[in-house]
Design a protein around this ligand. Structure first.
Ligand code: ADP
Ligand code: MG
Length: 261
């Protein structure tokens, strides 16, 4: 756990939360075989929200966000993303995946493709974007994450922080309306954590709806509008950051915070 101070001013002018619902989870349950991993999850995320999901290892954070774009299947309850219900219907899954970008702890770039090719692959093959247009789009987002000069290198030639920023740029090339992050900085050294958090802060400043599993409590305090605490497959508590950190309600949350802060 770390609490990296976020030094720069955060521009909150576009960080508005709308009344429009982006994600609605109702009575969601999931099992891995006999193991009941997610228990009765209810969560509504409005457009523009920046949610940090915290909780001990094994509490179901990854499973929950992976259910949101059908990387894992839920067995009970309902998940609606941008008005489309996530069912086993592939058409719905494709539609939801095209709206939801995801970044993982391990960047999952294709090692045998250049940075530019990593970024243009899905737009060309999934979105049928013409190659030249896809490359322009990729360069736009590589500039945004401040590594346009790396476009023709291979992932293995980049630092971890650079690779994670490529992974974010690659997601953005699909023009998602929602971004999911699963511990995007957990595999990085401190100086690289900062550059990835900076990229995430910029996305938040542009009004992106974000769900972030992260141990970066500085990010939670300063960027999130809501912190969700999970334990044993349940949402135990949720609150705005200040209340969450200063006045945790449940014993489980207090115990967790006392270990990390
Ligand atoms: P977190 O991200 O909070 O650490 P996970 O969602 O990864 O938690 O895991 C929640 C629980 O589900 C853990 O006990 C983990 O061992 C178990 N689990 C995760 N993935 C699988 C899987 N594919 N099959 C069986 N059990 C799993
Ligand atoms: Mg996890």
């Amino acid at each position: 756990m770390s609490e990296l101070a976020i030094e720069r001013e955060i521009d909150r002018s576009k960080m508005s939360i709308s009344d429009e619902v982006a994600i609605q989870i109702t009575g969601m349950n999931k099992w891995y075989g006999q193991f009941h991993v997610l228990r009765d999850i209810n969560l509504t995320v409005n457009r523009g929200e920046r949610i940090v999901i915290a909780g001990p290892s094994g509490s179901g954070k990854s499973t929950m966000i992976r259910c949101l774009n059908a990387l894992e299947e839920h067995q009970e309850g309902q998940i609606i993303v941008d008005g489309t219900e996530l069912t086993s219907d592939l058409k719905n899954i494709d539609k939801i995946r095209s709206e939801v970008g995801m970044c993982f702890q391990h960047f999952n770039l294709f090692p045998h493709l250049t940075i530019l090719e990593n970024c243009t692959l899905a737009p060309i093959w999934v979105r049928k974007t013409p190659k030249k247009e896809a490359e322009e789009l990729a360069m736009h987002f590589l500039e945004k994450v401040k590594i346009p000069d790396q476009a023709h290198k291979y992932p293995g030639m980049l630092s971890g922080g650079q690779q994670q920023r490529v992974a974010i740029a690659r997601s953005l090339c699909m023009k998602p309306r929602i971004m999911l992050f699963d511990e995007p900085t957990s595999a990085l050294d401190p100086e690289m954590i900062k550059e990835v958090l900076d990229t995430m802060i910029e996305l938040a400043e542009e009004g992106m709806t974000m769900l972030c599993v992260t141990h970066e409590m500085g990010f939670a305090r300063q960027v999130a509008n809501r912190v969700i605490f999970m334990a044993d497959g349940q949402i135990v508590e949720q609150n705005e950051p200040e209340e969450f950190f200063n006045n945790p309600k449940s014993e489980r949350t207090q115990q967790f915070l006392s270990q990390i802060l």
